[in-house]
Design a protein around this ligand. Structure first.
Ligand code: NI
Length: 175
């Protein structure tokens, strides 16, 4: 089902620093939110989006890290996602975030993770992720705990990017 685009919050915003609440009842409203988030993510375009980024403090993320445009999209909707185990191997990717537009930095995370979640029908799922999928799912789950990729950077770099975002927000507010 096609969702409706929602505005994406830009860092710094207190809603991006909150720990989100677990979802207990998969209502139609929550499924609609998931559809809206997928629409918002594809439109941006991005490969992942967490509910707090559209101002909803529920544990819900969506992602699609299929970069090959000749292959069908692989939209994933995860309620209450949880990292169950992580590899000792690490991987460094240049990360970005739809709430921190056009800013990128290298972040090192476990190279592979096993994740558990509830799908859109409320059924428990479990799967191993590696490569870009592993980075993305960890980045999105971080959002549900009020954590941004900036929090992995040295304070100087974090402050520099935050100041750029404050400026961007002032410019957008004036426009
Ligand atoms: Ni992000």
């Amino acid at each position: 089902m096609k969702g409706m685009k929602r505005p994406i919050l830009i860092h710094p915003d207190p809603r991006l620093k909150k720990v989100c609440a677990p979802v207990s009842d998969l209502s139609d409203d929550l499924r609609r939110l998931a559809d809206d988030m997928l629409e918002t993510m594809y439109d941006a375009p991005g490969i992942g989006l967490a509910a707090p980024q559209v101002g909803v403090l529920d544990r819900l993320i969506v992602l699609d890290c299929e970069k090959d445009e000749t292959k069908p999209p692989q939209p994933m909707v995860m309620f209450n996602p949880e990292v169950l185990s992580s590899s000792e191997d690490l991987n460094t990717y240049e990360e970005g975030c739809l709430s921190i537009p056009e800013q990128y930095a290298e972040v090192t995370r476990p190279a592979a993770v096993r994740v558990g979640w509830l799908d859109r029908d409320g059924n428990p799922q479990e799967r191993d992720f590696d490569g870009l999928w592993a980075t993305c799912v960890q980045h999105e789950i971080d959002h549900l705990n009020g954590k941004l990729f900036l929090d992995y950077l040295k304070p100087m770099k974090r402050q520099m990017i935050t100041r750029r975002m404050q400026k961007l927000k002032r410019e957008r507010a004036r426009a």
